[in-house]
Design a protein around this ligand. Structure first.
Ligand code: COA
Length: 325
């Protein structure tokens, strides 16, 4: 028993912010941002919430899969930027979709969130707890970013991507690996809110994203190829046999570095970060949706999905793209 993705969807906020727009806010330039990251622009919420974007992406994934909301049995939203602590984003999405029969919950593994959610759904489906799942990565990072910090505000974008997946007898997901290393949590963090209960005299340092960019960069280039190799070994495949590597869209230099370490040409690593920036858990499913809608995902092709980010967290999945059973 395994699980295959049969529908994808995505949603992006309307407002588009270019590097030149950012150069009016902080001391930076279009040239610097493009050269160091590959990013040219990103969508930024002017009011769209994580739950709204997630619900839109889910509706599109269900339509693509030809399924109705009432058929959904599991709904997992990966996010690190929810507007509400409770109720979960997933329960809000469930309500707006009318996915009345779903079990819904959120999961936070930062930029590896979509991968961790997909792995969780796979485990549920494989064990027979449910027969299908809507898996979503959705973020409005613009509200966590310090818009005066040129080291971080240039990197991130807002958006949501979703996949609908269901059980299958063969193909689909072939292997999965997941890793976390909390000892390195300091290199990318975002405190939530000041503690104000009467027993604690504490003020959080800063509610904004703080990052040691170089540390994050070297972690990604070092660990991600190891995780991918581990997942490929489990699937009994060689990297050369994989047609497409859909990676978290953090930085084109990170992706090129990973390709080099795997001994592969970067043209097997599709990118959209130039247009949308780093959307954390939404990066992989939004790119997957773009590729699906562009007809670039061929029946039976071998693919790797890999995400990495704060925590630290990272993971990789090998799959056979197979919409037909
Ligand atoms: N515009 C212009 N200059 C900038 C800048 C910006 N937006 N951001 C930083 N700089 C400056 C720095 O202040 C520094 O100046 P200095 O030499 O005078 O001190 C110089 O550029 C080099 O900074 P550095 O941080 O060493 O640059 P870098 O080559 O490491 O690139 C990142 C910075 C953030 C682009 C890069 O480290 C990166 O992409 N890291 C990974 C981040 C990431 O992907 N995070 C999310 C993971 S999920």
């Amino acid at each position: 028993m395994s699980m295959r993705i049969i529908g994808t969807g995505s949603a992006l906020p309307e407002k588009y912010v270019t590097n030149n727009d950012l150069a009016e806010l902080v001391d930076t330039s279009d040239e610097w941002i493009r050269e160091r990251t590959g990013i040219a622009g990103r969508h930024v919420s002017t009011g769209e919430t994580v739950a709204e974007l997630a619900a839109l992406a889910c509706g599109r994934a269900l339509a693509d899969a030809g399924r109705r909301a009432e058929q959904v049995e599991l709904l997992i939203v990966a996010t690190c930027s929810p507007e509400t602590g409770i109720p979960s984003v997933a329960c809000q999405v469930q309500s707006s979709l009318g996915a009345v029969n779903a079990v819904a919950f959120d999961l936070n593994a930062a930029c590896a969130g979509f991968l961790f959610a997909l792995h969780t759904a796979w485990a549920y489906v494989q064990s027979g707890i449910c027969r299908n799942a809507l898996i979503v990565g959705a973020e409005v990072l613009s509200k966590l970013v310090d818009w005066t910090d040129r080291g971080t505000c240039i990197l991130f974008g807002d958006g949501a991507g979703a996949v609908f997946a269901e059980q299958c007898d063969r193909g689909g997901i072939l292997s999965f690996v997941q890793h976390s290393d909390g000892r390195k949590g300091e290199v990318l963090r975002c405190d939530s809110r000041a503690l104000t209960n009467p027993y604690v005299r504490g003020v959080m340092q800063s509610p904004w994203v703080k990052m040691d960019g170089r540390e994050v960069f070297s972690f990604a280039v070092r660990q991600v190829p190891t995780g991918i190799t581990e997942a490929l070994r489990q699937a009994h495949l060689k990297a050369e046999e994989v047609e497409m590597f859909v990676l978290h869209q953090a930085n084109f230099r990170i992706i090129e570095g990973i390709a080099r370490r795997l001994g592969l040409d970067a043209d097997r690593f599709p990118m959209n970060l130039d247009r949308v920036g780093n959307m954390s858990s939404a990066s992989i499913p939004v790119l997957l949706d773009e590729l699906n809608r562009a007809g670039r995902l061929k029946e039976g092709m071998k693919m790797v999905l890999s995400g990495f980010g704060a925590g630290l967290t990272w993971g990789a999945c090998v799959l056979n793209w197979q919409r037909e059973c």
